[in-house]
Design a protein. Sequence first.
Length: 245
Amino acid sequence: MSGLPGSVVVVADPDSLAREAARRLIGALATSPNENPAVCLSGGATPQALYGLLATEFSRDVPWDRVHWFWGDERMVPPNSPDSNERLATGPMLSRMPVPPASIHPVRTAGLSAEEAASAYSDELGRFRAAHRPAGAAFFDVTLLGMGPDGHTASLFPGKPAIAETARWAVGVPDAGQPPFVPRVTLTRPALASSRLVLFLLAGGGKTATLLRIAGGEDLPAGLVSRETPAVWLIDRAAAGEGTG
Ligand code: 6PG
């Protein structure tokens, strides 16, 4: 798989993908210039194995007392909903580890419109930045992202206004055009670009056609984001279109 913006690492299978992602995330935390490193978590199915590994096999390698956890996007559902990205990461990982509650920064959805939730999240990011980052420094030490079949990443969908946002760090997405059919909140390209390392995690043959479109230069959201960030595409052999034999 050549032509993707950034570097490309092909691993054997989803298990190797989770392990390689864990090693790289831990490495980035270990070399962070920040007393309070920040990780941006992704929704989707692919990072689930990573979250499980970080909370078990690799748990001693994560400075749980110092890291702050944020989300790249959220669905406007309660935090206990199966569709909640907050729940995807807190259930198998954050709730099991010694993480100070103040270090967990979910997108608050209760009683808010998507725009209101996005505005509150922008404020939260701004407060953290003012307290913990010198002027001009990258906000996130590690940003985890996935990619959908249409090339979306976080909740930046092709052809929707959020992908063109250049000023605000979080915006509402009234209509994702796909399940679950609820509004969302997403970080924007400038927010994702404020990262020391961006890991795209992709597994399975369902990703190959979209990866080839990006490698061919098509302006899909994941491709646009990867051009603006220190991106590493961690993909398994099936996603890379390589046979297993
Ligand atoms: C979301 C995600 C989204 C996801 C991709 C890939 O909330 O839906 O943040 O951008 O990462 O759709 O999802 P999979 O890992 O399930 O393929």
